[in-house]
Design a protein around this ligand. Structure first.
Ligand SMILES: [Zn+2]
Length: 197
């Protein structure tokens, strides 16, 4: 039976379900300190391949090879994108059915995909807000006379913690209504920052 072609959602789902670290380790590349490992794409004897901090991609600063989990497997086994994607689905037994989907299954998958896109957008926007606030707070901690000094001393570690949560598990962050509400507050706080100081 000829298998049907994978669609964009298949690729997105595979990428959302796997981390780069997980994939590299599965195929035998041990991740070392500083999120680096030996690069499979050149004769590497000192770890030169870096796993991105969002854990979704890699880059080797010696041979310049980089990409996402699908590209990694494709290059490793000489496969095109489609076969690399199928290989990941098989090797990790991902619950992604690519053949003969019913209307309902297609719709459910579309919903999952939309949710994924929504979370990615939330992550990007939330990161920009927190990062901006973090920078403002850092500046304020260096100026004792700043009207924001007390706030900065109190909030800086909290913001760092929130950034870490966002990086590790944006889905949880997104579900946490209180955290999302706080984000709106921070956004307004930033907007009024220069006026206050
Ligand atoms: Zn390399």
């Amino acid at each position: 039976m000829k298998s049907s072609r994978l669609c964009k959602e298949d690729y997105e789902e595979v990428k959302s379900m796997l981390s780069m670290r997980q994939v590299a380790e599965f195929y035998g590349y041990k991740i070392q300190r500083g999120s680096t490992c030996l690069c499979p794409f050149h004769n590497d004897n000192h770890p030169s391949m870096k796993i991105y901090s969002d854990d979704k991609g890699f880059y080797c600063w010696v041979c310049g090879t980089g990409g996402d989990v699908i590209k990694f497997v494709g290059l490793l086994y000489g496969l095109g994108n489609e076969d690399a994607c199928r290989r990941l689905i098989e090797d990790f037994s991902l619950p992604i059915q690519t053949e003969n989907l019913s209307y309902r299954e297609k719709r459910e998958r579309q919903n999952r995909h939309n949710k994924y896109v929504e979370i990615q957008k939330f992550k990007k926007d939330a990161y920009a807000i927190l990062r901006e606030y973090w920078k403002l707070l850092c500046d304020a901690t260096r100026q004792f006379s700043s009207p924001h000094f007390a706030e900065a001393m109190q909030e800086l570690t909290i913001v760092e913690y929130r950034l870490e949560c966002l990086r590790k598990c944006p889905e949880e962050y997104f579900k946490d209504r209180e955290a999302v509400r706080k984000l709106g507050e921070i956004e307004r706080r930033i907007a009024g920052w220069n006026v206050l100081s």
